[in-house]
Design a binder for this molecule. Structure first.
Ligand SMILES: Cc1cc2nc3c(=O)[nH]c(=O)nc-3n(C[C@H](O)[C@H](O)[C@H](O)COP(=O)(O)OP(=O)(O)OC[C@H]3O[C@@H](n4cnc5c(N)ncnc54)[C@H](O)[C@@H]3O)c2cc1C
Ligand code: SF4
Length: 426
Protein backbone atom coordinates (compact mmCIF):
# COMPACT_ATOMS: atom_id res chain seq x y z
CA UNK A 1 0.00 0.00 0.00
CA UNK A 2 1.09 3.60 -0.67
CA UNK A 3 0.66 6.31 1.98
CA UNK A 4 -1.45 9.05 0.40
CA UNK A 5 -2.20 12.62 1.49
CA UNK A 6 -5.98 12.17 1.59
CA UNK A 7 -8.52 12.61 4.39
CA UNK A 8 -10.44 9.35 4.87
CA UNK A 9 -13.26 10.49 7.14
CA UNK A 10 -16.93 9.73 6.54
CA UNK A 11 -17.37 10.06 2.73
CA UNK A 12 -18.44 13.62 1.90
CA UNK A 13 -18.70 14.76 5.53
CA UNK A 14 -17.04 18.12 6.21
CA UNK A 15 -14.90 18.38 9.35
CA UNK A 16 -12.57 21.01 10.76
CA UNK A 17 -8.93 20.69 9.68
CA UNK A 18 -7.67 17.18 10.54
CA UNK A 19 -4.04 17.76 9.41
CA UNK A 20 -2.61 20.86 11.15
CA UNK A 21 -4.11 20.87 14.67
CA UNK A 22 -7.15 22.75 13.44
CA UNK A 23 -5.12 25.65 11.96
CA UNK A 24 -5.74 24.64 8.35
CA UNK A 25 -8.92 24.69 6.23
CA UNK A 26 -11.93 22.39 6.59
CA UNK A 27 -11.80 19.06 4.74
CA UNK A 28 -14.34 16.55 3.52
CA UNK A 29 -14.04 12.76 3.65
CA UNK A 30 -12.84 11.12 0.41
CA UNK A 31 -15.65 9.73 -1.74
CA UNK A 32 -13.35 7.31 -3.66
CA UNK A 33 -14.17 8.84 -7.04
CA UNK A 34 -10.72 8.11 -8.53
CA UNK A 35 -10.20 11.70 -9.69
CA UNK A 36 -7.09 12.58 -7.66
CA UNK A 37 -4.73 12.52 -10.66
CA UNK A 38 -5.68 16.05 -11.66
CA UNK A 39 -6.48 17.41 -8.19
CA UNK A 40 -9.44 16.72 -5.92
CA UNK A 41 -12.76 18.47 -6.56
CA UNK A 42 -14.16 17.14 -3.29
CA UNK A 43 -11.83 18.83 -0.79
CA UNK A 44 -10.36 15.56 0.49
CA UNK A 45 -6.81 15.67 -0.87
CA UNK A 46 -4.02 17.56 0.90
CA UNK A 47 -2.99 19.63 -2.11
CA UNK A 48 -0.70 22.71 -2.23
CA UNK A 49 -3.59 25.18 -2.11
CA UNK A 50 -4.79 23.53 1.11
CA UNK A 51 -1.45 23.52 2.93
CA UNK A 52 1.55 25.69 1.85
CA UNK A 53 -0.43 28.31 -0.10
CA UNK A 54 -3.24 28.38 2.47
CA UNK A 55 -0.81 29.06 5.32
CA UNK A 56 1.29 31.52 3.29
CA UNK A 57 -1.82 33.60 2.66
CA UNK A 58 -3.04 33.21 6.22
CA UNK A 59 0.31 34.50 7.52
CA UNK A 60 0.36 37.57 5.32
CA UNK A 61 1.64 36.60 1.86
CA UNK A 62 -0.17 38.07 -1.12
CA UNK A 63 -0.79 35.51 -3.88
CA UNK A 64 -1.05 36.89 -7.42
CA UNK A 65 -2.66 34.21 -9.52
CA UNK A 66 -2.76 34.03 -13.33
CA UNK A 67 0.59 35.77 -13.56
CA UNK A 68 3.19 34.65 -16.09
CA UNK A 69 6.71 35.78 -15.19
CA UNK A 70 8.56 37.13 -18.22
CA UNK A 71 11.81 38.43 -16.82
CA UNK A 72 13.91 38.72 -13.66
CA UNK A 73 16.16 41.79 -13.59
CA UNK A 74 18.91 42.36 -11.05
CA UNK A 75 19.05 45.88 -9.54
CA UNK A 76 22.70 46.83 -9.10
CA UNK A 77 23.85 49.22 -6.41
CA UNK A 78 21.95 50.66 -3.39
CA UNK A 79 18.19 50.99 -3.87
CA UNK A 80 15.83 53.17 -1.78
CA UNK A 81 13.69 50.14 -0.84
CA UNK A 82 16.68 47.73 -0.54
CA UNK A 83 15.28 45.70 -3.45
CA UNK A 84 17.76 43.52 -5.36
CA UNK A 85 15.55 42.24 -8.18
CA UNK A 86 12.63 43.28 -10.35
CA UNK A 87 10.24 40.56 -11.45
CA UNK A 88 8.23 41.40 -14.57
CA UNK A 89 5.01 39.49 -15.15
CA UNK A 90 1.96 39.61 -17.41
CA UNK A 91 -1.70 38.84 -16.68
CA UNK A 92 -2.33 35.65 -18.64
CA UNK A 93 -6.09 36.01 -18.65
CA UNK A 94 -6.04 39.30 -20.58
CA UNK A 95 -7.05 38.63 -24.19
CA UNK A 96 -5.27 41.47 -25.95
CA UNK A 97 -2.30 43.59 -24.93
CA UNK A 98 -1.66 41.67 -21.73
CA UNK A 99 -1.06 44.06 -18.83
CA UNK A 100 2.44 43.92 -17.42
CA UNK A 101 3.39 44.53 -13.81
CA UNK A 102 6.68 44.77 -11.96
CA UNK A 103 7.43 43.62 -8.41
CA UNK A 104 10.56 44.83 -6.62
CA UNK A 105 11.93 42.38 -4.13
CA UNK A 106 14.99 41.49 -2.04
CA UNK A 107 14.99 37.77 -2.89
CA UNK A 108 13.39 35.70 -5.66
CA UNK A 109 12.49 32.00 -5.43
CA UNK A 110 11.86 30.54 -8.90
CA UNK A 111 9.50 27.55 -8.66
CA UNK A 112 8.09 27.18 -12.17
CA UNK A 113 8.70 23.43 -12.45
CA UNK A 114 11.34 22.13 -14.89
CA UNK A 115 9.61 23.38 -18.02
CA UNK A 116 8.73 26.78 -16.50
CA UNK A 117 11.97 27.45 -14.64
CA UNK A 118 14.42 26.30 -17.32
CA UNK A 119 12.47 28.17 -20.00
CA UNK A 120 12.35 31.41 -17.98
CA UNK A 121 16.02 31.30 -16.96
CA UNK A 122 17.16 30.46 -20.51
CA UNK A 123 15.18 33.48 -21.74
CA UNK A 124 16.75 35.67 -19.05
CA UNK A 125 20.24 34.45 -19.97
CA UNK A 126 20.08 34.33 -23.75
CA UNK A 127 17.16 36.48 -24.93
CA UNK A 128 16.34 39.39 -22.61
CA UNK A 129 19.96 39.36 -21.40
CA UNK A 130 18.92 40.23 -17.83
CA UNK A 131 20.82 37.32 -16.19
CA UNK A 132 23.80 36.78 -18.52
CA UNK A 133 25.99 35.23 -15.83
CA UNK A 134 23.75 32.17 -15.35
CA UNK A 135 25.68 28.91 -15.62
CA UNK A 136 26.19 27.33 -19.07
CA UNK A 137 24.87 24.10 -17.48
CA UNK A 138 21.33 25.46 -17.46
CA UNK A 139 19.03 23.01 -19.28
CA UNK A 140 21.51 20.13 -19.18
CA UNK A 141 20.92 16.77 -17.46
CA UNK A 142 17.14 16.84 -17.62
CA UNK A 143 15.67 13.47 -16.66
CA UNK A 144 12.34 11.73 -17.16
CA UNK A 145 12.44 9.41 -14.13
CA UNK A 146 13.19 6.82 -16.86
CA UNK A 147 9.49 6.33 -17.21
CA UNK A 148 6.83 4.64 -19.33
CA UNK A 149 3.05 4.97 -19.15
CA UNK A 150 1.41 1.79 -20.39
CA UNK A 151 -1.76 -0.03 -19.38
CA UNK A 152 -4.41 -2.69 -19.68
CA UNK A 153 -8.11 -2.44 -20.58
CA UNK A 154 -10.17 -5.41 -19.38
CA UNK A 155 -12.31 -7.05 -22.09
CA UNK A 156 -15.11 -7.43 -19.58
CA UNK A 157 -15.24 -7.10 -15.83
CA UNK A 158 -17.82 -7.06 -13.07
CA UNK A 159 -15.51 -4.89 -11.00
CA UNK A 160 -15.34 -1.10 -11.39
CA UNK A 161 -11.62 -0.30 -11.70
CA UNK A 162 -12.24 3.45 -11.43
CA UNK A 163 -13.50 3.27 -7.84
CA UNK A 164 -11.01 4.25 -5.14
CA UNK A 165 -8.18 6.77 -4.91
CA UNK A 166 -5.96 7.16 -7.98
CA UNK A 167 -2.90 5.40 -6.59
CA UNK A 168 -3.10 2.82 -3.83
CA UNK A 169 -0.08 0.59 -4.37
CA UNK A 170 3.46 0.52 -5.64
CA UNK A 171 5.95 -2.33 -6.01
CA UNK A 172 9.56 -2.90 -7.04
CA UNK A 173 10.01 -5.42 -9.85
CA UNK A 174 13.80 -5.46 -9.53
CA UNK A 175 16.46 -3.26 -7.98
CA UNK A 176 15.90 -0.40 -10.42
CA UNK A 177 12.31 -0.68 -11.65
CA UNK A 178 9.12 0.17 -9.78
CA UNK A 179 5.53 -0.05 -11.00
CA UNK A 180 2.45 1.84 -9.83
CA UNK A 181 -1.09 0.93 -10.90
CA UNK A 182 -3.12 4.11 -11.48
CA UNK A 183 -6.86 4.60 -11.95
CA UNK A 184 -8.81 7.44 -13.56
CA UNK A 185 -12.40 8.52 -12.82
CA UNK A 186 -15.41 7.78 -15.05
CA UNK A 187 -15.53 10.17 -18.00
CA UNK A 188 -11.78 10.70 -18.37
CA UNK A 189 -11.19 8.78 -21.55
CA UNK A 190 -9.37 11.36 -23.65
CA UNK A 191 -6.05 9.66 -22.96
CA UNK A 192 -7.17 6.60 -24.94
CA UNK A 193 -6.98 8.60 -28.17
CA UNK A 194 -3.20 8.28 -27.83
CA UNK A 195 -3.19 4.53 -27.14
CA UNK A 196 -2.99 1.43 -29.33
CA UNK A 197 -3.33 -2.23 -28.31
CA UNK A 198 0.05 -3.88 -28.61
CA UNK A 199 1.98 -6.57 -26.77
CA UNK A 200 5.34 -5.67 -28.27
CA UNK A 201 6.85 -3.46 -30.98
CA UNK A 202 8.01 -4.98 -34.28
CA UNK A 203 10.26 -3.28 -36.82
CA UNK A 204 12.83 -0.56 -36.50
CA UNK A 205 11.16 2.55 -37.91
CA UNK A 206 8.09 4.54 -36.91
CA UNK A 207 6.39 3.48 -40.15
CA UNK A 208 7.10 -0.21 -39.42
CA UNK A 209 5.77 0.21 -35.85
CA UNK A 210 2.52 1.80 -37.07
CA UNK A 211 2.20 -0.83 -39.81
CA UNK A 212 2.56 -3.60 -37.22
CA UNK A 213 0.05 -1.89 -34.88
CA UNK A 214 -2.44 -1.55 -37.78
CA UNK A 215 -2.01 -5.24 -38.67
CA UNK A 216 -2.58 -6.24 -35.02
CA UNK A 217 -5.67 -4.03 -34.94
CA UNK A 218 -7.06 -5.71 -38.09
CA UNK A 219 -6.36 -9.16 -36.67
CA UNK A 220 -8.04 -8.37 -33.33
CA UNK A 221 -10.66 -5.68 -34.07
CA UNK A 222 -12.52 -6.23 -30.78
CA UNK A 223 -9.33 -5.48 -28.82
CA UNK A 224 -8.81 -2.32 -30.85
CA UNK A 225 -12.38 -1.25 -30.08
CA UNK A 226 -11.96 -2.13 -26.38
CA UNK A 227 -8.94 0.15 -26.06
CA UNK A 228 -10.06 3.01 -28.29
CA UNK A 229 -13.85 3.13 -28.71
CA UNK A 230 -16.09 1.05 -26.41
CA UNK A 231 -17.70 2.97 -23.51
CA UNK A 232 -16.71 2.91 -19.83
CA UNK A 233 -12.98 2.87 -20.52
CA UNK A 234 -11.87 4.19 -17.07
CA UNK A 235 -14.15 1.63 -15.37
CA UNK A 236 -12.24 -1.18 -17.15
CA UNK A 237 -8.80 0.37 -17.37
CA UNK A 238 -5.59 0.38 -15.31
CA UNK A 239 -2.58 2.53 -16.19
CA UNK A 240 0.77 1.10 -15.16
CA UNK A 241 3.32 3.78 -14.38
CA UNK A 242 6.78 2.25 -14.76
CA UNK A 243 9.71 4.19 -13.24
CA UNK A 244 13.43 3.45 -13.01
CA UNK A 245 16.44 4.71 -11.06
CA UNK A 246 18.79 4.10 -14.03
CA UNK A 247 20.73 7.17 -15.17
CA UNK A 248 19.70 8.53 -18.55
CA UNK A 249 19.08 12.09 -19.63
CA UNK A 250 18.30 14.73 -22.25
CA UNK A 251 18.83 18.48 -22.51
CA UNK A 252 16.44 21.40 -22.93
CA UNK A 253 17.20 24.42 -25.10
CA UNK A 254 15.27 27.32 -26.61
CA UNK A 255 14.69 26.71 -30.29
CA UNK A 256 12.10 25.92 -32.94
CA UNK A 257 10.67 22.57 -33.97
CA UNK A 258 7.57 20.97 -35.43
CA UNK A 259 6.23 20.58 -31.88
CA UNK A 260 6.60 24.33 -31.16
CA UNK A 261 4.77 25.07 -34.46
CA UNK A 262 7.76 27.07 -35.62
CA UNK A 263 7.61 29.46 -32.64
CA UNK A 264 10.60 29.79 -30.35
CA UNK A 265 10.11 27.52 -27.35
CA UNK A 266 11.67 24.75 -25.31
CA UNK A 267 12.97 21.86 -27.38
CA UNK A 268 14.48 18.61 -26.18
CA UNK A 269 17.72 17.02 -27.32
CA UNK A 270 18.58 13.36 -26.82
CA UNK A 271 21.79 12.62 -24.97
CA UNK A 272 24.01 10.70 -27.41
CA UNK A 273 25.69 8.66 -24.64
CA UNK A 274 22.87 8.04 -22.16
CA UNK A 275 19.59 8.45 -24.08
CA UNK A 276 16.26 8.02 -22.31
CA UNK A 277 14.76 4.66 -23.33
CA UNK A 278 11.33 4.68 -24.96
CA UNK A 279 10.42 1.09 -24.15
CA UNK A 280 11.08 -0.39 -20.71
CA UNK A 281 11.11 -4.16 -21.26
CA UNK A 282 10.67 -5.03 -17.54
CA UNK A 283 7.51 -2.94 -17.51
CA UNK A 284 6.30 -4.61 -20.69
CA UNK A 285 6.66 -8.07 -19.09
CA UNK A 286 4.57 -6.92 -16.08
CA UNK A 287 2.01 -5.41 -18.45
CA UNK A 288 1.47 -8.66 -20.32
CA UNK A 289 1.20 -10.68 -17.07
CA UNK A 290 -1.32 -8.19 -15.68
CA UNK A 291 -3.32 -8.39 -18.92
CA UNK A 292 -3.50 -12.21 -18.61
CA UNK A 293 -4.76 -11.92 -15.03
CA UNK A 294 -7.62 -9.51 -15.76
CA UNK A 295 -8.46 -10.85 -19.24
CA UNK A 296 -7.39 -7.50 -20.61
CA UNK A 297 -5.83 -5.92 -23.68
CA UNK A 298 -2.36 -4.46 -23.11
CA UNK A 299 -1.86 -1.05 -24.72
CA UNK A 300 1.01 1.35 -25.27
CA UNK A 301 1.17 5.05 -26.10
CA UNK A 302 1.71 6.11 -29.70
CA UNK A 303 4.84 7.90 -28.47
CA UNK A 304 6.48 4.46 -28.21
CA UNK A 305 5.70 3.82 -31.87
CA UNK A 306 7.39 7.13 -32.70
CA UNK A 307 10.36 6.28 -30.46
CA UNK A 308 9.63 9.26 -28.18
CA UNK A 309 9.79 8.63 -24.43
CA UNK A 310 7.13 10.28 -22.26
CA UNK A 311 6.93 11.21 -18.60
CA UNK A 312 4.75 12.80 -15.93
CA UNK A 313 7.86 13.39 -13.81
CA UNK A 314 10.32 15.63 -15.60
CA UNK A 315 13.34 16.39 -13.37
CA UNK A 316 16.59 18.40 -13.51
CA UNK A 317 17.95 21.18 -15.69
CA UNK A 318 19.18 23.40 -12.82
CA UNK A 319 21.80 21.08 -11.37
CA UNK A 320 23.45 21.55 -7.97
CA UNK A 321 27.22 22.01 -8.11
CA UNK A 322 30.28 23.34 -6.30
CA UNK A 323 30.61 26.27 -8.71
CA UNK A 324 29.03 27.68 -11.88
CA UNK A 325 30.97 25.35 -14.17
CA UNK A 326 29.52 22.32 -12.33
CA UNK A 327 25.97 23.47 -11.69
CA UNK A 328 23.37 26.22 -11.86
CA UNK A 329 22.72 26.43 -8.08
CA UNK A 330 24.76 25.77 -4.93
CA UNK A 331 23.85 23.24 -2.22
CA UNK A 332 21.36 25.72 -0.73
CA UNK A 333 19.73 26.12 -4.14
CA UNK A 334 20.98 29.70 -4.55
CA UNK A 335 21.85 30.56 -8.16
CA UNK A 336 25.58 31.09 -8.81
CA UNK A 337 26.48 34.77 -9.47
CA UNK A 338 23.06 36.00 -8.31
CA UNK A 339 22.77 36.33 -4.49
CA UNK A 340 19.17 36.11 -3.32
CA UNK A 341 17.96 34.25 -6.43
CA UNK A 342 16.88 30.67 -5.64
CA UNK A 343 15.42 27.71 -7.52
CA UNK A 344 13.06 25.47 -5.56
CA UNK A 345 11.34 22.86 -7.69
CA UNK A 346 11.91 19.62 -9.60
CA UNK A 347 14.63 21.21 -11.74
CA UNK A 348 17.19 20.82 -8.94
CA UNK A 349 16.59 17.07 -8.50
CA UNK A 350 19.87 15.47 -9.54
CA UNK A 351 18.86 11.84 -10.32
CA UNK A 352 16.08 9.62 -11.59
CA UNK A 353 14.27 8.82 -8.34
CA UNK A 354 12.37 5.78 -9.62
CA UNK A 355 9.36 6.91 -7.53
CA UNK A 356 6.97 9.88 -7.72
CA UNK A 357 8.92 13.05 -6.96
CA UNK A 358 6.61 15.41 -5.00
CA UNK A 359 7.87 14.48 -1.54
CA UNK A 360 11.52 14.88 -2.61
CA UNK A 361 10.78 18.30 -4.14
CA UNK A 362 9.01 19.35 -0.94
CA UNK A 363 11.80 18.08 1.32
CA UNK A 364 14.56 19.78 -0.73
CA UNK A 365 12.57 23.03 -0.85
CA UNK A 366 11.96 23.01 2.92
CA UNK A 367 15.68 22.43 3.49
CA UNK A 368 16.71 25.23 1.12
CA UNK A 369 14.19 27.69 2.56
CA UNK A 370 15.35 26.90 6.11
CA UNK A 371 18.69 28.50 5.15
CA UNK A 372 17.05 31.86 4.47
CA UNK A 373 16.87 33.80 7.75
CA UNK A 374 13.41 34.94 8.87
CA UNK A 375 12.64 38.59 8.16
CA UNK A 376 13.00 39.65 11.80
CA UNK A 377 16.43 37.98 12.22
CA UNK A 378 17.72 38.80 8.75
CA UNK A 379 20.94 40.83 8.67
CA UNK A 380 20.83 43.89 6.36
CA UNK A 381 21.37 42.72 2.79
CA UNK A 382 24.29 43.98 0.74
CA UNK A 383 23.20 45.62 -2.53
CA UNK A 384 24.02 43.62 -5.66
CA UNK A 385 27.34 44.57 -7.22
CA UNK A 386 27.49 44.78 -10.99
CA UNK A 387 29.95 42.10 -12.16
CA UNK A 388 33.06 43.62 -13.70
CA UNK A 389 32.96 44.04 -17.47
CA UNK A 390 29.22 43.35 -17.59
CA UNK A 391 27.43 45.46 -20.14
CA UNK A 392 23.80 46.07 -19.25
CA UNK A 393 21.78 45.36 -22.36
CA UNK A 394 18.02 44.93 -22.28
CA UNK A 395 17.07 43.10 -25.42
CA UNK A 396 13.53 42.80 -26.72
CA UNK A 397 11.70 39.69 -25.58
CA UNK A 398 11.32 38.50 -29.18
CA UNK A 399 7.65 37.58 -28.89
CA UNK A 400 6.29 39.84 -31.61
CA UNK A 401 4.51 37.05 -33.50
CA UNK A 402 2.92 35.61 -30.37
CA UNK A 403 1.64 39.08 -29.43
CA UNK A 404 0.39 39.73 -32.96
CA UNK A 405 -1.47 36.40 -33.26
CA UNK A 406 -4.70 37.47 -31.45
CA UNK A 407 -4.95 40.48 -33.81
CA UNK A 408 -4.32 38.29 -36.86
CA UNK A 409 -7.04 35.86 -35.71
CA UNK A 410 -9.43 38.74 -34.98
CA UNK A 411 -8.79 40.35 -38.39
CA UNK A 412 -9.00 37.09 -40.37
CA UNK A 413 -12.84 36.76 -40.38
CA UNK A 414 -13.19 40.49 -41.22
CA UNK A 415 -10.78 40.18 -44.16
CA UNK A 416 -12.60 37.07 -45.43
CA UNK A 417 -15.92 38.91 -45.19
CA UNK A 418 -14.46 41.87 -47.08
CA UNK A 419 -13.08 39.60 -49.86
CA UNK A 420 -16.37 37.70 -50.08
CA UNK A 421 -18.36 40.96 -50.45
CA UNK A 422 -15.92 42.34 -53.05
CA UNK A 423 -16.15 39.19 -55.21
CA UNK A 424 -19.94 39.07 -54.83
CA UNK A 425 -20.25 42.64 -56.09
CA UNK A 426 -18.09 41.79 -59.14
C1 LIG B 1 -0.91 13.87 -14.27
C2 LIG B 1 0.20 13.92 -13.25
C3 LIG B 1 0.11 13.17 -12.09
C4 LIG B 1 1.11 13.20 -11.13
N1 LIG B 1 0.96 12.45 -9.98
C5 LIG B 1 1.92 12.50 -9.03
C6 LIG B 1 1.79 11.75 -7.81
O1 LIG B 1 0.81 11.04 -7.60
N2 LIG B 1 2.77 11.87 -6.89
C7 LIG B 1 3.88 12.65 -7.09
O2 LIG B 1 4.75 12.69 -6.22
N3 LIG B 1 4.03 13.34 -8.24
C8 LIG B 1 3.09 13.30 -9.20
N4 LIG B 1 3.25 14.01 -10.37
C9 LIG B 1 4.45 14.82 -10.55
C10 LIG B 1 4.36 16.10 -9.77
O3 LIG B 1 3.09 16.70 -9.97
C11 LIG B 1 5.46 17.05 -10.24
O4 LIG B 1 6.70 16.39 -10.23
C12 LIG B 1 5.52 18.25 -9.30
O5 LIG B 1 4.28 18.91 -9.26
C13 LIG B 1 6.58 19.20 -9.78
O6 LIG B 1 6.63 20.24 -8.86
P1 LIG B 1 7.32 21.60 -9.20
O7 LIG B 1 7.19 22.47 -8.01
O8 LIG B 1 8.66 21.33 -9.76
O9 LIG B 1 6.49 22.22 -10.41
P2 LIG B 1 4.93 22.37 -10.65
O10 LIG B 1 4.13 21.64 -9.64
O11 LIG B 1 4.73 22.07 -12.09
O12 LIG B 1 4.69 23.92 -10.35
C14 LIG B 1 5.20 24.90 -11.21
C15 LIG B 1 4.21 26.05 -11.24
O13 LIG B 1 4.84 27.18 -11.82
C16 LIG B 1 3.98 27.75 -12.78
N5 LIG B 1 4.83 28.46 -13.78
C17 LIG B 1 5.64 27.93 -14.72
N6 LIG B 1 6.27 28.92 -15.41
C18 LIG B 1 5.84 30.09 -14.89
C19 LIG B 1 6.10 31.47 -15.19
N7 LIG B 1 6.94 31.84 -16.15
N8 LIG B 1 5.44 32.41 -14.45
C20 LIG B 1 4.59 32.06 -13.46
N9 LIG B 1 4.30 30.77 -13.14
C21 LIG B 1 4.91 29.81 -13.84
C22 LIG B 1 3.21 26.58 -13.37
O14 LIG B 1 2.01 27.03 -13.94
C23 LIG B 1 2.98 25.73 -12.11
O15 LIG B 1 1.84 26.16 -11.41
C24 LIG B 1 2.25 13.99 -11.36
C25 LIG B 1 2.37 14.76 -12.52
C26 LIG B 1 1.36 14.72 -13.46
C27 LIG B 1 1.50 15.56 -14.71
S1 SF4 C 1 -10.67 9.72 -4.72
FE1 SF4 C 1 -9.22 11.42 -4.88
S2 SF4 C 1 -10.34 12.99 -6.04
FE2 SF4 C 1 -11.88 11.55 -5.29
S3 SF4 C 1 -12.54 12.40 -3.34
FE3 SF4 C 1 -10.88 10.97 -2.87
S4 SF4 C 1 -9.06 12.28 -2.84
FE4 SF4 C 1 -10.64 13.44 -3.88
Amino acid sequence: PTPVAIFFGEPGEVVSDPFFDGEGPERAGCIHCGGCMVGCRHNAKNTLDKNYLYFAEKWGAEIRAEANVLDIRPLYGPQPDNARYEVVYEHITDWFMKRKQVVRTRNVVVAGGVLGTVDLLLKCRDESGSLPKLSRRLGLRVRSNSEALIGVTARETAQDFSEGVAITSHFWVDEVTSVEPVRFPPGSSFMRTLMLPLESLKGKTTLAHFGHALWEGLKRPFDLLTVRVLPKWPEKNTVLLVMQTLDNRMSLRRGRSLWTLGFKGLVTHRDPDQPIPTVIETGRAILNRFADKVNGVPWVGMNELMNKPNTAHVLGGCGIGGNETEGVVDVNQQVFNYPGLYVADASVIPVNLGVNPSLTITAMTERAMAHIPQKVDAPPLEPLQKPEGLELVQRKDGRFLQKALPFIFALLPLSLLFLFKTFKRK
